[in-house]
Ligand binder design. Structure first.
Ligand SMILES: *[C@@H]1O[C@H](CO)[C@@H](O)[C@H](O)[C@H]1NC(C)=O
Ligand SMILES: *[C@@H]1O[C@H](CO)[C@@H](O)[C@H](O)[C@H]1NC(C)=O
Ligand SMILES: *[C@@H]1O[C@H](CO)[C@@H](O)[C@H](O)[C@H]1NC(C)=O
Ligand SMILES: [Zn+2]
Length: 311
């Protein structure tokens, strides 16, 4: 994928209304989640451990990422909500998007609908051997990015959370490298401005989602039905995880680890939820065909049928 150009916008600090909800990640605190949010003790929770050998290979359409190469309709709002760094496009911007710009959306894979970009955030560790929420073949990566998409048939995220097909989250793992990659640089540069809990900033640059993904291979992915990994843990998420990894440098990683979580003298690290039981769910892995066959259309329908009996 191609890097985006970066355009200058404005630099204003504003505050965000939602996301003020507090919860902690210590073992004891995570056990409390289900006391305040019944959803967190559900049977189809996330994250989970994925093992490539146990995933069911399935023929399904490629994931189409529409508008991922376009610059996001800015300005992009960056927020330290005390449990992550989140990026989103303020609501008023969405309604005033000019010149035919649109929010990126995805379809394909096992998705039956189009899902529109809502925002993204990260999970990371205090040490390099932890941080990702999902575990792939026993590996816990130092960081995981979640790009959240809402089913277009629902008006907003709160409504989408009420439905099993409400959201799709694309999950990307990071590996540590020595030198700064350009993919995260825009974002990391602004982290010091949102060091404190509940600080927000409108970035003076915008970028495309594909600029965050570099040359990542999106052909092969795992998919399963699960939940939000934070309260209220709604079982509304189709997860799509990519085994190909993105990169983050040691120095970029340390900027994430310097953010405050709002507790005096404490930093925002290890914001990942404990692994949840798979129970009777299946994890599918997309079979990547060397060359596509005329049967592709037929296979699509078959794979959709298999999906439904789970719910
Ligand atoms: C976060 O900031 C917003 C805007 O300043 C404010 O309305 C809200 O009360 C703050 N939330 C917390 C939990 O401090
Ligand atoms: C979400 O959409 C529903 C249905 O249109 C509406 O009733 C609700 O007020 C909206 N919620 C938010 C937070 O915008
Ligand atoms: C944009 O933001 C960056 C990082 O905060 C800053 O270094 C730069 O000077 C800003 N540029 C303008 C034109 O405001
Ligand atoms: Zn997340």
């Amino acid at each position: 994928m191609k890097f985006s150009t970066v355009i200058l916008l404005l630099s204003v600090s504003i505050c965000q209304v939602y996301g003020g909800h507090r919860f902690g990640y210590s073992r004891a605190e995570q056990r409390m989640w289900s006391r305040t949010h019944q959803g967190c003790s559900g049977k189809y929770q996330s994250p989970i451990a994925i093992s490539s050998g146990k995933a069911i290979p399935l023929t399904m359409p490629a994931l189409e990422m529409v508008g991922y190469h376009n610059l996001l309709p800015g300005p992009i709002l960056m927020h330290n909500n005390g449990h992550s760094v989140s990026l989103s496009i303020p609501k008023h911007t969405k309604e005033e998007v000019e010149g035919g710009a649109f929010m990126p959306y995805i379809f394909g894979g096992k998705l039956k609908n189009e899902y529109e970009f809502e925002g993204l955030h990260f999970h990371w560790g205090d040490k390099n051997n932890r941080g990702s929420e999902h575990v792939l073949n026993d590996i816990r990566f130092p960081m995981e990015m979640h790009i959240i998409h809402r089913n277009k048939k629902y008006a907003n995220v709160s409504e989408a959370l009420e439905h099993p097909d409400g959201l799709t989250v694309l999950a990307f793992f990071y590996q540590l490298i020595e030198n700064d990659g350009s993919e995260l640089q825009n974002l990391v540069r602004n982290l010091p401005h949102i060091r404190e809990y509940n600080q927000s900033e409108l970035m003076n640059t915008t970028f495309s989602l594909s600029s965050l993904l570099g040359n990542l291979d999106t052909e092969r992915f795992y998919t399963y039905k699960g939940s939000l990994t934070t309260p209220p843990c709604s079982e509304a998420v189709t997860w799509i995880l990519f085994p190909d990894t993105l990169t983050v440098s040691v120095s970029q990683m340390s900027k994430f680890r310097h953010l405050s979580n709002g507790v005096e003298g404490s930093v925002l690290v290890d914001n990942y939820r404990a692994l949840q039981p798979l129970n009777n769910r299946h994890i599918f892995v997309r079979k990547v065909n060397i060359k596509s066959t005329p049967l592709e259309g037929l296979n699509k329908e078959i794979s959709y049928i298999k999906w439904d009996w789970l719910y």
